[in-house]
Design a protein around this ligand. Structure first.
Ligand code: THU
Length: 138
């Protein structure tokens, strides 16, 4: 699955975003090492704190089905579901990605309202990060 195809899956997922409070809809599509795609949308809540981002929805779906090896994630989003600027992941989602991937290899695909696409590595978006190796005693 290439970048455009994964971004298209993210756009489909954005259609399910539950955003009665912010009206900012986001869709994500996570590509696993064995070629499966897990999609996710943001799911908001009247209590605000329990809101979950699209990226984490996709990651939690994958991990909860036994998939923890990831190659890439595509993300799109915008107010009322209209793409304008690139929807890059929030800091919490970057850290959650970090748990499962090698930052220099994991790719993040985004697209703006002009149809321009960009690829970042997680290393670029979360440099000098803290991860599972930091808790190793050897
Ligand atoms: N949101 C995401 O789902 N992913 C991002 O990368 C940025 C923010 C959601 C959270 C909240 O539901 C809404 O967008 C506004 O912050």
């Amino acid at each position: 699955m290439d970048r455009t195809a994964l971004l298209n899956e993210a756009k489909k997922a954005m259609g399910f975003a539950y955003t009665p409070y912010s009206h900012h809809k986001v869709g994500a599509a996570l590509l696993t090492a064995d070629g499966k795609v897990y999609s996710g949308c943001n799911v908001e809540n009247a209590a605000y704190g329990p809101c979950i981002c699209a990226e984490r929805t996709a990651i939690v779906k994958a991990v909860s089905e036994g998939n923890t090896k990831f190659k890439a994630i595509a993300i799109v989003g915008g107010m009322q579901g209209v793409l304008r600027s690139f929807c890059t992941p929030c800091g919490v989602c970057r850290q959650v990605m970090r748990e499962f991937v090698t930052p220099k290899d994991f790719e993040i695909y985004v697209e703006n309202g002009e149809g321009e696409q960009k690829t970042f590595t997680l290393e670029e978006l979360l440099p000098e990060s803290f991860g599972p190796e930091n808790l190793s005693e050897d």
